[in-house]
Design a binder for this molecule. Structure first.
Ligand SMILES: [Zn+2]
Length: 103
């Protein structure tokens, strides 16, 4: 599991985002087990059950503490995980702008 610091797409409030990167796929909190959920929450990630109009289903997602909007799985990789991962590969020797906790 990885936790990155980003900001809410809606209100720009800083927030922590937890996800999994496996092979070339990114998975959100909906795939976490109880232990992983507890761990992410203990690191300050807000994870709540949300309803996705896109997929018409409810699932656990990274949620903004200020406005309550969430990052859908659909947007997790492209907006949050991918830029960060690219940054790691390109700037290994430089201090990353995002803090990632590998747990
Ligand atoms: Zn927000």
């Amino acid at each position: 599991m990885m936790i990155t610091e980003g900001s809410c797409w809606k209100c720009n409030e800083p927030m922590k985002i937890a996800f999994y990167q496996k092979a070339s796929s990114t998975f959100g909190p909906g795939t976490f087990n109880e232990h992983e959920l507890a761990l992410a929450r203990s690191k300050g990630v807000i994870i709540k059950e949300q309803y996705s109009k896109l997929t018409n289903e409810r699932y656990l997602a990274n949620t903004c503490r200020k406005c309550g909007n969430f990052i859908g799985d659909h947007y997790l990789f492209i907006n949050y995980a991918a830029p960060h991962i690219v940054r790691i590969y390109l700037q290994k020797s430089m201090k990353p702008a995002f803090i990632v906790i590998n747990v």
